[in-house]
Design a protein around this ligand. Structure first.
Ligand code: AMP
Ligand code: MN
Ligand code: MN
Ligand code: MN
Length: 305
């Protein structure tokens, strides 16, 4: 496990962790995106926003890439900004026919195993995007692939790019409708242009994250549309494969959902993480907004102290 130095966490030098200035009361957001994947802000703009919001600790967790983190890290150093940046990635995984996201935190972004996994996932993204483009062409959108690729630029190409293209060209009335009508899958029902991706499995993602010195967190457990029984199965598998924590707090989660996630943490001896999953400024969610761990939660960052 990569230990953070007191340079990374200046609050830890003294006994101040229980004071309002201490780490346990710091504004922490451990899940965010830049335009190196499907976020709309560049890494530097995201950092400026976090500093403006007086966020103390931020993790950039782009889909299957660490490029945004690397750029942001250089920017913080160059500008000497008062923000602790945690390295991160959100790895797309296949599990029992579902797409499950595993967040890796506080890892060595130059680790060879991690870089190989990223290369493999990027290839899977390219292959899926090409097939999705072919299917969308059959639905009457011949330029979808080229337009989505142009939008993604050098970054990870995601379904959000395709959704944005369909929305901006007036083919659907919201980005969500692009998923509902063309590129999404709900339960076993795949839409016309859905393509099964070739993601790694959860066990691989966890072991690569660990080998890179990081911590493995299951992203947004409430968003997978799983019944209680299946969610429990997922958590049991995640724990068996040595996963470290669950995202217990996301802005959209209600108190009942938060306590349910906390009870899973307690039952399966998992740590609690939290994050906004910020992609772009909106009325409902923003960096660091509405994020505090519930009473009784053992934080994921206790591993790094
Ligand atoms: P991908 O990782 O390429 O499958 O892209 C999925 C991304 O699209 C997610 O990370 C979300 O940011 C975004 N998204 C928005 N609505 C949906 C939806 N209904 N289902 C899945 N992803 C969605
Ligand atoms: Mn996303
Ligand atoms: Mn996700
Ligand atoms: Mn995310």
């Amino acid at each position: 496990m990569a230990k953070l130095s007191t340079v990374d966490f200046p609050f830890l030098i003294n006994e101040s962790t229980k004071t309002p200035l201490g780490f346990s009361h710091a504004r922490i957001d451990l899940h965010s995106h830049t335009n190196c994947s499907d976020g709309s802000l560049s890494p530097t703009t995201l950092i400026d926003r976090a500093v403006n919001y007086q966020i103390d600790v931020l993790a950039i967790t782009d889909h299957d890439t660490v490029d945004g983190f690397n750029i942001a890290k250089g920017y913080i150093k160059e500008q000497n900004l008062p923000l602790t940046l945690i390295s991160g990635i959100e790895v797309s995984c296949a599990w029992q026919g579902f797409e499950i996201h595993i967040v890796g935190l506080n890892l060595d972004t130059t680790n060879q195993g991690l870089l190989s996994l990223i290369a493999q996932q990027q290839q899977a993204r390219e292959d899926r995007a090409t097939s999705m483009g072919e299917k969308l062409a059959k639905c009457g959108f011949p330029n979808a692939y080229n337009d989505a690729k142009a939008l993604a630029g050098e970054g990870s190409i995601t379904r959000a790019h395709f959704a944005k293209v369909l929305f901006e060209q007036g083919h659907v009335s919201t980005m969500q409708k692009a998923f509902d009508k063309y590129i999404g899958k709900k339960g076993s029902k795949a839409q016309k242009a859905y393509v099964k991706p070739n993601w790694c499995d959860i066990e691989t993602a966890i072991s690569v994250i660990h080998a890179a010195g990081g911590t493995a967190v299951m992203a947004h457990p409430i968003r997978y549309d799983l019944s209680a029984k299946w969610l429990r199965r997922l958590i049991v598998d995640f724990k068996t494969w040595r996963g470290d924590g669950l995202e217990v707090v996301l802005p959209q989660m209600n108190p009942a959902q938060r306590s349910l996630m906390l009870s899973y943490c307690n039952e399966y001896d998992l740590l609690a993480s939290l994050g906004s999953d910020f992609h772009h400024p909106s009325r409902w969610s923003d960096l660091g907004k509405n994020l505090t761990l519930p009473q009784g939660a053992n934080s994921i960052w206790s591993l790094w102290q």
